[in-house]
Design a binder for this molecule. Structure first.
Ligand code: ZN
Length: 746
């Protein structure tokens, strides 16, 4: 290991041995200086040289962590991703229970371990009610003895309810609880699946801000998801066929495990898969789901006239728990946004020509599928066999991790509170403020000084929008209010012995949460993000950028004791990324108040489309070996715009910080790394992206993901950026220097 270090410091010696300005001045002027003065000058300059390295324990730790991830045999100008991440990828195989693994999942795991420790603490009198409930819920999830004892019983009980009777089960649960075509009511079943299981099948109903009136909430109707990706149903690649086969086997096995005769299961579930394949055909693909095309305002009566096959008013009413919201009345004049009118029309045409039994088998199947991972081990292992094909995972997630993730996602304010109390340092907010303001400044400064394609009027509005972006950091304030978080879940009451029952309670609770917003004003300055989320967000309707506590950790957020280059390169670029989402191909359509409204001139839109076409073409050329597929430039455009813009903004903000806060004097360097601060900035960006994928997950990332693969998030943005090639001295012939071919939007 010492050899390695030697080689490293050797490489770095180029920078550290370079004469400082002071030294140069001293040498030039030495002829006419007296000896004493010369000695003094040398002494000062040597002191400066010593100060060029930061030797604190934090810097040494950072240096080690950075070096460990690198592959120094790779050429930074040819493949910066390999150079930055090669070492980490080599030493971190994908865990058996994951389909991909990287720095993000690593940090996620880290947060999970902290939550595990907190949730496993015995309940004490000082715990607030919400925390007590979270601990009971966790223990019920960990109670595998009870789960094994109950086996399929809790689900079978659910399937006895009239609305959830499953044709494929025949008379397995008793002749009196058989599915009956005469009594089957699709509308009622769909509404009950939504209210009781918080699951959308065929039609998705939800409440969110009105895109053209961001102050108000409105009901939206959308297509619901499929089990596999749309691609798996509409193409015939080997992978798609394998996934469909695995799905069909699961669709047959699950009813058999619940007692159905094998023959009936096979005979009835094959048409169900065929039905889902036809559904995939009528679904609107991601690329065509633009904000304008999805904004179709219909009163329920107009919708009824347009698509008369379904009683829309009844469906909306049945989706609302009237006991919970007795004052919420819905009439046929209620406005809704129909996101995909063509899909809705086609859906009811398809339903008309499909056997009722098949439709019933499908909708209940979707609900059953969501529930089997709440059951005993034999169901978990059966699901794993399916996941083996579709995701490449070969073992179950450890029970504690599954439970932590469930509690964290369900009671997020209680778990968020536990996490924040113990693991969040308030001073992080100050440094975030510095980063956010620096990056906002950089975005605006580039818009004013370097943007030559946007007209003055549009530019003015863009600057106003950038100023109006509201940053939320850490956690929503209300989670510190005991009364608030206790009240929020006061209806929930858990039992340590009834995990399934607890889950059903939480699902009913979650299913009504968005409904409660209807008729209220949008609290545009508030946020409701889970504090333990390891991710960051932009919200177009509130024009907010959000950075939950989970994201504000190393190696994303480095504290004040580490070089700023590391933070600007990682969390700084992420701040820029989120801010730039407000100006990507979708976010740009929303004005500073979060309303979908054309505030751009037509000429500027045309220029924007030219600029973005360059990026579409660029990313289309990337062939990702792991997936055996090319990146989809159009699909990933918004994220690529955000990555490219975020990097420029953060770098500019970093240089301004050096100028303003350090009077232009570079930060001390990290020992043994041998890289300049600008180089560290780029390395820090790349290293948060280190991630490996199983082939199944890689393919899924390409066909269903919004982001480019990590490798191309690094290479794509950096090879477009002149400051990167300057920092690493990349010749025009190198892959990491696109030169005149470089694409730039912001
Ligand atoms: Zn993004």
């Amino acid at each position: 290991m010492e050899m390695e270090m030697e080689k490293l410091s050797g490489r770095g010696s180029k920078q550290s041995a370079a004469p400082t300005t002071l030294m140069k001045a001293a040498l030039t002027g030495s002829v006419c200086l007296c000896l004493a003065l010369l000695i003094a000058v040398i002494a000062v300059s040597q002191k400066t040289t010593n100060e060029e390295f930061c030797l604190s324990s934090e810097c040494i730790e950072a240096a080690g962590s950075i070096l460990n991830k690198m592959d120094l045999s790779a050429q930074p100008c040819e493949d910066f991703y390999k150079y930055a991440c090669g070492g980490w990828l080599q030493e971190n195989p994908i865990p058996e229970d994951s389909s991909s693994y990287g720095i993000y999942p690593w940090l996620r795991q880290n947060v999970d371990l902290k939550l595990k420790e907190l949730l496993e603490q015995p309940t004490t009198n000082s715990d607030i009610e919400a925390v007590k409930k979270a601990k009971v819920l966790y223990r019920s999830c960990m109670n595998e003895t009870a789960l094994e004892l109950l086996d399929a019983k809790p689900l079978l009980k659910e399937l006895r309810k009239r609305e959830f009777r499953w044709p494929v089960l025949g008379n397995v649960l008793g002749a009196d609880v058989q599915w009956d075509e005469e009594k089957f009511d699709l509308l009622h079943t769909l509404a009950q699946i939504r209210t009781q299981h918080s699951k959308s099948v065929l039609v998705r109903l939800y409440v969110s801000p009105d895109d053209k009136n961001s102050q108000r909430y409105i009901i939206k109707l959308d297509q619901a998801s499929l089990v596999l990706s749309r691609e798996d149903y509409i193409t015939n690649t080997t992978e798609a066929q394998a996934n469909r086969e695995a799905l069909l086997r699961l669709m047959v096995d699950v009813p058999v495990m619940l007692g159905a005769p094998e023959e009936a299961a096979e005979q009835q579930m094959k048409p169900v898969l065929d039905f889902e394949m036809k559904l995939a055909q009528i679904m609107i693909p991601f690329e065509n789901r633009t904000s304008e095309s999805m904004y179709n305002k219909y009163s329920l009566s107009k919708l009824q006239r347009t698509i008369p096959e379904f009683n829309w008013l009844s469906f909306v009413k049945a989706s609302i728990d009237s006991k919970l919201y007795p004052d919420l009345s819905i009439s046929s004049s209620e406005h809704t946004i129909v996101r995909v009118p063509q899909y809705m029309k086609d859906l009811f045409k398809l339903l008309n020509v499909t056997d009722t039994r098949t439709v019933a088998n499908y909708v209940v199947w979707r609900s059953v599928l969501s529930r089997i991972t709440t059951l005993s081990r034999r169901f978990l292992y059966r699901y794993l066999d399916f996941a083996r094909v579709t995701t490449g995972t070969t073992s179950l997630t450890p029970r504690w991790d599954k439970c932590v993730n469930y509690i964290e996602g369900t009671l997020m304010y209680a778990t968020g509170r536990l996490f924040v109390d113990k693991h969040f340092q308030e001073d992080k907010k100050h440094m975030m403020e510095e980063l956010i303001e620096g990056i906002r400044w950089a975005f605006i400064d580039m818009l004013e000084k370097e943007n030559d394609w946007m007209d003055a009027e549009t530019k003015k509005k863009a600057i106003q929008k950038a100023h109006a972006v509201l940053a939320k950091v850490g956690y929503p304030e209300f989670i510190l209010n005991d009364t608030y978080i206790n009240e929020d879940i006061k209806r929930l009451s858990f039992s340590e012995k009834d995990y399934f029952g607890n889950v059903m309670q939480t699902l009913r609770f979650i299913s009504q949460a968005d409904i409660g917003w209807l008729r209220k004003n949008v609290p545009r300055t508030e946020w409701f993000t889970n504090p333990t989320t390891v991710n960051a967000f932009y919200s177009s309707s509130t024009n907010q950028i959000r950075f939950p506590a989970g994201e504000l950790q190393k190696p994303f957020f480095w504290g004040l004791d580490y070089p700023r280059s590391l933070s600007y390169g990682a969390i700084g670029v992420i701040v820029g990324h989120e801010l730039t989402h407000g100006f990507d191909n979708n976010g740009r359509k929303y004005d500073k108040d979060g309303n979908l409204d054309q505030w751009w001139s037509n000429a500027s839109i045309a220029s924007f489309n030219d600029k973005t076409q360059c990026m579409i073409d660029q990313y289309n050329t990337y062939h990702w070996k792991e997936a055996g597929l090319n990146v989809r430039g159009k699909r990933t455009l918004a994220e690529n715009i955000a990555d490219n813009g975020g990097m420029r903004e953060a770098f500019r903000a970093y240089r301004r910080w050096i100028d303003k806060e350090r009077s232009g004097v570079e930060e001390p360097l990290l020992p043994g790394v041998g890289l300049s601060n600008n180089q560290l900035f780029f390395l820090s960006y790349a290293q948060v992206r280190c991630n490996s994928y199983r082939p199944e997950a890689a393919r899924d990332q390409i066909v269903s993901g919004a982001h480019s693969p990590p490798k191309y998030r690094v290479i794509g943005a950096m090879s477009n950026y002149e400051e990167f090639r300057k920092a690493f001295n990349c010749p025009e012939t190198s892959l990491m220097n696109r030169g005149a071919e470089s694409c730039r939007v912001w």
